[in-house]
Ligand binder design. Structure first.
Ligand code: XMP
Length: 317
């Protein structure tokens, strides 16, 4: 029978056999998968694991700093890389969802390769790929149609001449979380909702500017904090706020406003491949809505997304 403890023992042993005395590089995303992959490798090869954590300027409010501290607390050997401006420059003026994903993937590879040159003797690139990623990339990248280019770093290992290590390749998300818990990973990291690699860039419809990122971060922080406050965070698979390219009329005091709208999204799912919109309590939605509208200047309307996947996707882009 599968148990996290047994999986860890076996995988650590396999990683040691495979890697020997070589050095491994891993890109941390802040998410559960790459973090658990890093902990497993750290257990297997200690400080011969080198981790990059790249700030693409598209994470949630305060998240980069928070997660970086957790990584240090976990004993990982992490270089934090501030590449915000490079990502913003590459995204400037681009509104097409696929082109945004590709631009982010391209800059990620550029930054990653550049930083990797500062290290010597790396033989392996580790990735936090899990089983649903394997399936989804097969079906999504079918010959005739690409729905979304999920794996924006595909091709990186070949390009860098590195061999791949994917210790979580056969696991589902819930198994990854159990492994993380067994490895002593902090609960707030384990329980984190999935978050897309291209980050807030695919939750801002249309082109990306630092000001829009900031606006969305503020609204999203209110949504997610309230979700924790109401005890709802752990009950949904994933939640996020979407900045819509729409302005609408409102009234604030005696003033007419003409400002942007955000959509709130929350879904239940087991693997992200299908999803049901979450039936969040109205009183919660009301509290989030008034807090966003009263506190985030520039947003005067909040809507709730009640679409199921399929045919809608979880992300809007
Ligand atoms: P969709 O929107 O396709 O999302 O229903 C399914 C799951 O995948 C995440 N997602 C991404 N993850 N790069 C990623 O690493 C991407 O480009 C990407 N697009 C969507 C999404 O957040 C959800 O968990």
């Amino acid at each position: 029978d599968w148990t996290p403890a047994h999986f860890i023992d076996q995988t650590v042993e396999e990683l040691r056999q495979k890697i020997g005395e070589d050095r491994v590089l891993l890109g941390l995303s802040g998410g559960v998968d790459s973090s658990v992959a890093a902990m497993l490798l750290h257990r297997a090869i200690g400080d011969r694991l080198f981790c990059f954590f790249i700030d693409n300027g598209l994470l949630r409010k305060g998240e980069f700093e928070e997660v970086e501290q957790s990584y240090e607390g976990m004993g990982l050997n992490v270089s934090a890389i501030d590449a915000k401006q490079e990502f913003y420059d590459a995204l400037a003026g681009e509104s097409d969802p696929e082109k945004k994903r590709k631009a982010i993937g391209r800059v990620f590879i550029e930054v990653f390769e550049r930083e990797a040159k500062t290290l010597t003797n790396i033989k392996y690139l580790a990735q936090g790929t899990i089983y649903p990623d394997v399936i989804e990339s097969v079906s999504v990248h079918g010959p005739s149609v690409t729905i979304k280019s999920h794996h924006n770093v595909g091709g990186l290992p070949e390009k860098m001449g590195l061999k791949i290590v994917e210790p979580l390749r056969n696991l589902f998300k819930d198994e990854v979380r159990r492994v993380g818990t067994q490895l002593g990973m902090p609960a707030h990291l384990i329980g984190r909702h999935p978050f897309p690699g291209p980050g807030l860039a695919i939750r801002i419809l249309g082109d990306i500017t630092p000001a829009k990122v900031h606006l969305l971060q503020e609204a999203d922080a209110i949504y997610i904090d309230k979700m924790r406050e109401y005890g709802l965070y752990d009950q949904v698979w994933q939640a996020g706020t979407i900045l819509l390219p729409v302005q609408s009329v409102g009234v604030m005091g005696d003033e007419r406003t003409y400002e942007q709208a955000v959509a709130l999204r929350a879904v239940s799912s087991t693997d992200g491949m299908t999803a049901e919109w979450s039936h969040l309590p109205y009183e919660f939605l009301a509290a989030v809505s008034s807090s966003i509208i009263n506190n985030v200047k520039g947003i005067n309307r909040v809507v709730y997304d009640i679409s199921t996947k399929p045919p809608a996707t979880i992300e809007w882009e």
